[in-house]
Unconditional design. Structure first.
Length: 460
């Protein structure tokens, strides 16, 4: 997630990019429309000039005769030849002469036969009506099928000043190649600009994300330094009574042995004191990359030992613990992994004020509640990537959010919590090349802690 300042940068940058894009697109549209209008005007003026000049070749007094004579008189044949020459020299699609009823008298391209109605007039009716009213006029660009067209119409006057015919000049399709090229260039330019803005936006987003990650790493380092200062101050005071407890436990074991009593529980006192001493050392080494032991061990045995150590305490709190882990061979530090398991179990216990069940799954046979937390990999079995999955499931209220904040050092929701248990547990697991996640159950209320470690023999 980005911080508030980073989000403001992103939103501001996005707004600037959008503004640039809008300006560029608007500019290209204005350029396209301006060029289209200028080409429209220029072409209209050119066509109007051709049509008006052509009217000088028409003998207005012969219009009525040409309209009724089924034969083509010599003067009409001459006019047809001249119009064809003008059409070709000016690269026109058509140059025609029609009477006021729109019947064709001459078609330079032979597109319409003499005596037929000029249906193309309907495509530029406004300019045709102006020509019939005595004004030379050009139409705007229009489409005729798949082609662009433009026409100009000039009136032919008789000796009394009456309009007796109209000369029409239609632009050839080639005149619009420039406009199409400009339009394609505008589209290509717009696409390049959009691509550039997208690439720039992605690059800035990645840069800001890297900045956030660096800031988070710096905060984490500050937290680790603060914890180191705190634990260093109390380490001496804690280790002194631990030494006394260890010596008392050894003395008790000797006295029991002298009395002929062999109680395995007596071994737990010095062993657990040693474990506590190592845990304290682990806190002191938190964040310092302290070396781990990498012995071959069965994680299921670590689970069983941890359960036996904590069973009486859990039963007193109304917690039932069930374990189905079996033969989970890995390479790692037995004491550190036991510390992780104890932290996860204690978190599960603290989440269930009124008691409940904690289930540890890590074998080939997985119960329904435990398998719900495997996130696609059956707990306790080797996946194709050579991993071992172990889940610790409780029946508490579950996790608010994605659970990542719970792994932040000194973050705790417990009244007497230190906020270090899960942070240290994740560090230990990651030092073993694994992952530790925490999320809510999907089948019912509760949380699932998922521990994934490389199986023995799968390490790089």
């Amino acid at each position: 997630m980005f911080s508030g300042s980073s989000r403001r940068w992103i939103y501001g940058g996005t707004a600037i990019y959008l503004a640039i894009l809008v300006v560029v697109v608007a500019g290209l549209l204005l350029l396209y429309r301006g060029a289209r209008d200028r080409l429209d005007q220029s072409l209209g003026e050119r066509l109007s000039a051709i049509a008006l000049t052509t009217t000088q070749l028409v003998d207005a007094s012969r219009i009525e005769t040409w309209s009724v004579d089924p034969e083509e008189p010599i003067d009409l044949l001459w006019l047809t030849t001249r119009l064809e020459e003008i059409r070709r020299s000016n690269d026109l699609a058509e140059l025609s002469l029609c009477d006021t009823r729109s019947f064709v008298l001459v078609s330079a391209s032979n597109r319409i036969a003499r005596g037929e109605l000029n249906t193309f007039w309907d495509l530029s009716r406004t300019s045709v009506d102006l020509a019939l009213a005595g004004f030379t006029a050009a139409s705007h660009l229009y489409r005729s099928g798949a082609l662009h067209q433009q026409s100009a119409h000039a009136p032919v006057f008789d000796s009394d000043g009456e309009v007796v015919a109209v000369v029409s000049a239609d632009a050839a399709v080639d005149f619009f190649d420039t406009l199409d090229t400009l339009r394609d260039g505008a589209i290509t330019t717009g696409g390049i600009v959009v691509a550039f803005l997208l690439v720039s936006g992605l690059a800035i987003a990645r840069l800001l994300r890297a900045q956030e990650q660096y800031r988070a790493a710096m905060v984490r380092q500050e937290e680790l330094a603060a914890m180191g200062r705190m634990t260093a101050g109390i380490a001496h005071e804690i280790r002194n009574p631990l030494g006394v407890i260890r010596g008392t436990g050894q003395h008790l074991k000797r006295r029991l042995a002298e009395a002929g009593i062999d109680d395995p529980m007596a071994d737990f006192i010095p062993e657990e004191v040693d474990r506590l001493d190592r845990i304290l050392g682990g806190y002191l080494a938190f964040g310092s990359g302290h070396d781990l032991a990498h012995e071959l061990l069965d994680l299921a045995e670590v689970v069983d030992r941890t359960v036996r150590l904590m069973e009486n305490e859990l039963v007193a709190d109304g917690i039932k613990i069930v374990s189905s882990a079996s033969e989970l061979m890995i390479r790692g530090d037995r004491q550190r992994l036991q510390q992780v398991l104890m932290n996860l179990i204690l978190n599960a216990r603290d989440a269930m004020d009124g008691g409940g069940m904690v289930e540890i799954a890590g074998g080939s046979e997985i119960s329904g509640a435990a398998s719900a937390g495997a996130a696609g990999t059956r707990p306790g079995t080797r996946a194709r990537t050579g991993q071992i999955t172990l889940t610790v499931t409780d029946e508490g209220p579950g996790i608010d959010g994605d659970g990542e904040s719970l792994f932040t050092a000194f973050h705790t929701s417990k009244e007497k919590g230190s906020g270090l248990g899960l942070a240290l547990s994740r560090q230990i697991v990651e030092a073993h090349g694994g992952t530790l996640t925490l999320r809510s159950r999907t089948d019912r209320a509760g949380a699932i802690a998922t521990l994934i470690l490389p199986a023995a023999g799968s390490e790089a």
